[in-house]
Design a protein around this ligand. Sequence first.
Ligand code: 3HC
Length: 283
Amino acid sequence: MTVEIIFIVGAGQMGSGIAQTAIQAGYQVILYDLEEGILEKARAGIAKRLNRLVEKGKLGGEEKEKSLARLAGSLDLNDARDADLVIEAVIEDEAIKGEIFKKLDGICKGEAVLASNTSSISITQLAANTKRPEQVIGMHFFNPVPVMKLLEITRGLNTSEETLKVAQEVGQSLGKVTIVSKDSPGFIVNRLLDPMLNEAIYLLDEGVASKEDIDSGMVYGCNHPMGPLALADLIGLDVLLAVMEVLYREYGDPKYRPCPLLRRMVRAGKLGKKTGEGFYKYD
Ligand code: 3HC
């Protein structure tokens, strides 16, 4: 199947990053969210980032205009009817995602592939909300999407070879390196990464070291581009907590228990960069 139109559900930082990458790669993109204001913010952010690429000489002015012309906004899920591929990128909530998959299954054409950008929720579970489980797959992008080279693809129990091929081809056309995981909690990357971030929060909560020293430890000792607490802020502390909850619940292993400080930060609404404050403050 050739993918031409991509419908993206959710215009937050992941959805808008995926949209930017897809319009730059030549796809027609329809970006859906619940409120006009969210769509406007996403469009403005994409335009700003493309302008920056033009200023740096990495993108031609005409190509920028052509890319932006390939982006449409939508407040109506029914606009997914002509899409070849849908990528869902809403909040990490199984019930909300499940409801969206159910609705999309009724709206989308028979051959359309339904993908989720979930970082932790079972693809097999999401697929069970549809009558096309063989056409449901995980396409997990990394933040910031236009910069990060990886696309982690997850096969649900029923995902077909054909659907896997579509996801791999789209990923490669977006300039991503693709890796494939079975539908196992945390898949590959979050199973490795998030327990490390959670452990950094334990170090802070226990008063073992300052946040700056914890971050410097990994930046200068392990060559990470940013420290674990700064990275947790970038990812979003609510997202990190949701992943840790899934790992803890699904494996039933105490090594995945979310740090109490992480819970407190989320309860206080300090979700990281997106709310202006997490472990650090942001303008
Ligand atoms: N959108 C688009 N481009 C961005 C960006 C954004 N939000 N943030 C930074 N960039 C671009 C900059 O424009 C710059 O581009 P250039 O090289 O063409 O000039 C480039 O990225 C480098 O940016 P900066 O010079 O401003 O800053 P840094 O060199 O410090 O890089 C970073 C910033 C790319 C965020 C880097 O610190 C990094 O790679 N951090 C680690 C990110 C990471 O690990 N992400 C994965 C998170 S896990 C995840 O997403 C999974 C989820 O399920 C939890």
